[in-house]
Each structure stands twice: as C-alpha cells, then as structure tokens.
Write a new protein. Structure first.
Lengths: 173, 480
C-alpha cells in the first residue's frame, strides 16, 4: 500500500519485567517522549495510568446498550403477550402491559444484560481492531510470552533514555 | 459531637414519651371508606382465586358475603356511604384482614382488639430493626474481613469495630419490646394475644396454635437473648482482641484467633439472621410465611450498614482522620452499597413475584394491604428509592468517588430502607392506623443519638489505625 508521506520510523524497546516496564514508561513520558503502544503478554496493573491513557467510555456505551436491551424487551413482551396474541396464563391480567409487568421482569432483566454484555464485547473488539479475521498487529511474538515492548516514534536522544530505563533490546523499524 | 449525640438522644426520648402517651385511635375515623373499598376489592379477588376457601364460621361467611355484595355493586361503588357501618366494626382488624381470607383467625381479632394501641410500640420496633441493621450489618462485614483475610479494608477495621459495637443497643430495645409484649402491654406480635393458643377461648386461632412450639413467649425471649449474646458478644470479642493486638510488641499473634472467631460468628449469623427476621418481623403476620424472608431482611440491613459506613468514612476523611484511606477505598464501599441495593431488589422481587404469580390466598395476604391497600404509594416509593435511585446515582465509576453523589444516594437508600422496615411491620402490627408522628421521629432521634454517641466514643478510644494487622500495608497501597 503506497503511503503519500514517508512512514515515521518507530523504535521498539523490549523489557523483561513488568515492574521495570511501568517505571520505564513513566521515565520515558517524563523525558517528554510520546509512547504510541505497549505490548504485554498479560494485563499489567496500573499501566494505563502510567501511559496516561484516556478513561474508557465503554461504561457509558454499556449503559446505552442496556437501555436499548430494556426497550427491546418491553417492545417484545408488549407485542407478543399483550398486543398480538394475548393469552390467559394462570389467570394473570393481560389487558395491558403494566398489569402483567411482574411476569416480564425476568425477560426485561435478561435482555438488558444480554444487550449490554454482547454489544459491549463487540464494541470493544471492533474499536481495538480485534474482530475475527483482523490481522495480527503484534510486531514481535516474544511479547506473547515473557517480553514487554514499548513502541514509540523515533526521536533524538530517545535511545539513551530507553537504555537508561532498563530496556534489554532496542530496535528501529 | 458528643453534645449533639446526647441532645439527639434526649430529644428522641422526650418524643418517644410523647409518642407513647398519644392516643392513636383518632385516626380511625378518616380514610375508612377507601380502606374498606380496598378491603372488599381485595377480598373478592382472593375469593375468586380460591373459591373453596374454608369460610367455616357463620359470622365470618356473612361478613364476606356482605363484602362481596359491596363489590358486586360494581367497582366504581367504592365510595358508597353504606360502607361506614361495616367499617365501624370491620376496621379494627384491618391489619389482619388479609388473614381473614383463611377464615380461621378472622374472629380472633374482634372489635375488642384495637390495633391502634400498638402504634408507638410498632414505631419503636421499626426503628429498632432499622438501627439494628446498621450494627449487625457492619459486624457481619467486619467478620467477613477477618474470615476472608481481606486486604483492602485493613485500614478501616477500627471504623467497622466502632460501628459494630453499637449492635447491642437496638437489641436491648427489641428485648424490651419482647418482654413488654410477653407481659401483654402491647400485642405487636399478634400471636402473643391472650387465649390465642387456647381452644376454649374466643380468641382461639388454630393456625397460630399450631405454631406454638416455636412461637411462644419464653422461647421468643430466650431467642432474643441468644441473639443479643451471640451478636453483641462477637462484636465485643473482635474489638477486644483487636485492641489487645495493638498492645503486643510486634507480630500478629491474634490475627488467626480473630479469623476463627469471625468465621464462627459468620456461621452462627447465617442461622440467626434468618431466625431473628422470622421472630421479630415475620411473626407479626403470624399466618403468613416466606422462606426468603430472612435473606430479604438481611439484604436490607446490610445495605443500610454499607450506606452508614460510607457516610461515616466520608465524614472521617473530610476531617482528615483517615489520611491512609483514599478514594479507592471509598469506591469499594460504594460498590458494596450499589451491589447490595441490587441484591436487595433481587430478593425483594423474588419474594414478590412468586407470591404474585401463584396467587395462593395464604401467601398473597401479605401483599394485599401492601400492594393493593393504602400502603401502595409508600410501597412503590420504597422500591423506587431502594432500587432506581442507587442504581442511577451510583452506577458510574466517578460517582462512587464523589462525596456529593454518595451523600445523595445514601439519603435515599437510608430513607428507603427505613420505609421498607416500616412497611414490613406496620400493616400487620397496626393495620391502617399508621402514620408518622412523635413515636416514629422520636425513635429515629433516640437511636441516631445513641448511634453517634457509641460510635464516636468508640472511635476516639483507640487509634484509628491498627498497629499489627498483617494486611495494613496492602490496604495503604490499595488502588484500582
């Protein structure tokens, strides 16, 4: 794929320990360099804060999805059980939705949870480019085992900072 | 603060005295027409769903008949004036009218039995149970911290201890109610009424008599005493060991003693939480029973405790008494408040829906005055306050860290759970002679004053940070 501009060369620094990684990330940011990505074999607690990532908005999305699920459930129960084909089940009132509402609560609950959970997972996967069939973005398979990698755009004096921060391997690509 | 606590207690006491000396029967004249209307309406529905209900006694059958006729005049005939004469003798047993569907027991509460006299006692029970929730919920929480060797909360143990030391006071209040009930000074628990277990008596109620093995005054008082000993004893021992551990030069020799103690208490509490709820609250409606009742009451108590803990920790943090506690700890307490509000709703609904769905007279009686009678607005408001408010206010992560939001949610949750206990107790204990007066307010002030007194003096007695707790460092470094 042809780039209209030259791709910025990136520097990749490998670390061998998650504690070193966290302090390195802090040092690199304190020195004024911008980190574009960190690859780790497992979630490193506190890394998002050290990297200064924006707070996730997935919670708001989940709330919206939950409301959507609730709406779908209300519509579904109302249409099926009240409007289209009212049935006498155990003598429960089927004249309007409100009177029969307690019987629908499990459905309301389940669909709210279903929508919130499933759509949240899909949102997460799509936003992070992890949907099925997506190309692997991992530049070095060792980060799936026991190495931690910091990726950042090349800049003057960067290598010294990286070395000082405890990187075991530094490469430019 | 001590002054405030003392004056609150005193004002509460004065209000209580006024409350106990007020005649509540005046209320009986108003609200009759719709009470009876609701009554008859309910009745018809229950009768419909159970056509073979055993209306054995002739008098009772007649009464039912009369009510059916009322209803048969059409549902818009609620305000028909002719109700009034019926109301005059029918109102007194409104609280137990629900049980009347079972035919037996209806005659147990004749016109001689004036439920309005129970009002101040019932109000005192509501407040005792509500404030007991704060103490016992916190004590249970404290015990879990030890039993599960929890790390994050180690810096808060002293706060939990101080609140759980309060548990004995509402228990003494309930013991007082149990003893006065046994002395027939009130019949808050209807099964304590004279002659109710005696086949020869006009008050005889075969259903209640069948429960005599469990529901009798001596055993009732013994059980209440047992709860007092187990709960207050556990609070005292946990506190004593924790203070002793501070005095040791180093190490955490007593930590595992505490753990055993806490685990033992949790097991005992698993049983006593249910039985105490049956005894003090469920036995008010002695014909009715729900297997979920113990958990339901426990869930309400635990939320109350979590909410009070949140407020207390917030207060201490604002005044810089807990510099090692940060927003992350507050966040976790907020999560408990949020999660157990949902848990309470879940149990509430589980109990409600099964009864609503099966619609069996002996079960559905409990919800008739609460969901169809006069208590309906309170009931609906209570569910909204205990579920919708906390879930909307506390759902977001940031809200659990901001004092204003916690305070707002706490206000609604506390008011909501007070109302929850009120609705559990009042319909059965006083029928429609309910209200909010000196007796209710006095009880709140009295117990709140004592709560502040006990908790704050316990807090000031020992350093707010444990010295030798093994998880202390973990708690200080706790973050999310």
């Amino acid at each position: 794929m042809a780039h209209t501009t030259e791709p910025t060369p990136v520097v990749r620094a490998l670390y061998h320990d998650d504690d070193v990684l966290i302090s390195a990330v802090k040092e690199i940011r304190a020195a004024g360099y911008k980190i574009s990505e960190v690859y780790t074999p497992f979630p490193v607690h506190g890394l998002d804060k050290a990297m200064g990532l924006k707070e996730t908005r997935i919670a708001m999305a989940a709330f919206m999805y939950g409301l959507l699920g609730l709406t779908v459930a209300v519509t579904l129960t109302w249409y099926m059980m009240i409007s289209d084909w009212p049935q006498n089940i155990g003598g429960k009132p089927n004249y309007n939705w409100g009177m029969n509402m307690p019987a629908f609560v499990p459905i309301l609950f389940e669909l709210t949870v279903f929508f919130a959970a499933h759509l949240m997972v899909w949102t997460y996967l799509v936003i992070n480019g992890l949907y099925p069939g997506a190309d692997a973005q991992n530049p070095d398979p060792r980060t799936t085992d026991d190495y931690f990698m910091v990726e950042l755009p090349a800049a003057d004096g960067l290598v010294d900072v990286l070395k000082k921060s405890g990187a075991v391997e530094i490469a430019e690509a | 603060m001590k002054l405030l606590a003392g004056s609150l207690t005193l004002v509460g006491l004065v209000f209580l005295l006024i409350g106990f000396n007020t005649d509540y029967s005046s209320h009986a004249t108003e609200g009759h027409a719709d009470a009876v209307a609701a009554h008859s309406e309910d009745h018809v529905e229950a009768v419909e769903s159970a056509p073979v209900a055993t209306h054995a006694e002739a008098t009772h059958a007649e009464e039912v008949h009369a009510e059916e006729n009322h209803a048969a005049e059409g549902h818009d005939a609620h305000a028909v004036e002719g109700h009034d004469d019926h109301a005059a003798e029918g109102h007194e047993d409104m609280g137990h009218e629900a049980e009347g569907h079972e035919a037996a027991g209806h005659d147990g509460h004749g016109a001689s039995h004036d439920l309005s006299a129970n009002r101040p006692w019932a109000a005192f029970l509501v407040n005792s149970i509500f404030f007991l929730g704060i103490g016992i919920g916190t004590l249970f929480f404290l015990a879990i911290q030890y039993a599960a060797q929890v790390g994050w909360s180690a810096g808060l143990i002293r706060v939990f201890e101080a609140v759980s030391m309060y548990v004995g006071i509402p228990l003494l209040g309930i013991l007082f109610l149990a003893v006065t009930g046994g002395m027939h000074m009130h019949h808050l628990w209807h099964w304590m009424a004279e002659g109710i277990m005696d086949p020869a008596s006009a008050n005889y109620d075969p259903i209640i008599a069948g429960k005599e093995g469990y529901l009798n005054v001596p055993f009732f008082i013994i059980r209440t005493l047992a709860y007092l000993v187990i709960w207050a004893g556990a609070a005292y021992l946990l506190r004593r060991n924790s203070l002793r551990e501070d005095a040791l030069p180093a190490g955490q020799n007593l930590f595992f003693t505490q753990r055993k103690l806490a685990a033992t208490f949790v097991v005992l509490y698993a049983v006593t939480s249910s039985t105490s709820a049956w005894d003090w609250v469920m036995s008010i409606d002695a014909h009715w029973f729900s297997t979920l009742f113990g958990w339901y009451t426990f869930a309400g108590m635990f939320v109350t405790a979590m909410t009070v803990l949140n407020l207390l920790v917030m207060y201490l943090r604002i005044n810089n008494h807990l510099p090692w506690i940060n927003a992350n700890h507050q966040h976790d307490l907020g999560k408990f408040m949020f999660a157990f509000s949902v848990f309470w709703t879940y149990l509430w609904f589980s109990q409600y829906m099964l009864i609503w769905y099966s619609n069996i007279p002996e079960e559905v009686t409990y919800y008739l005055p609460r969901f169809k009678g006069e208590f309906k607005p309170l009931f609906v408001a209570m569910v909204a306050m205990n579920f919708i408010f906390p879930i909307l206010v506390l759902m977001s992560r940031d809200a659990k860290r901001i004092f204003g939001f916690i305070g707002l949610a706490a206000f609604f949750v506390l008011a909501g759970h007070w109302l929850d206990h009120y609705i559990m107790i009042m319909p059965g204990a006083v029928g429609y002679d309910y209200g909010f007066g000196f007796a209710e307010l006095g009880g709140i002030l009295f117990y709140a004053g004592l709560f502040l007194w006990v908790t704050l003096s316990q807090l000031s007695k020992a350093p707010l940070k444990l010295k030798n707790h093994p998880m202390l460092t973990e708690s200080e470094h706790f973050h999310q």
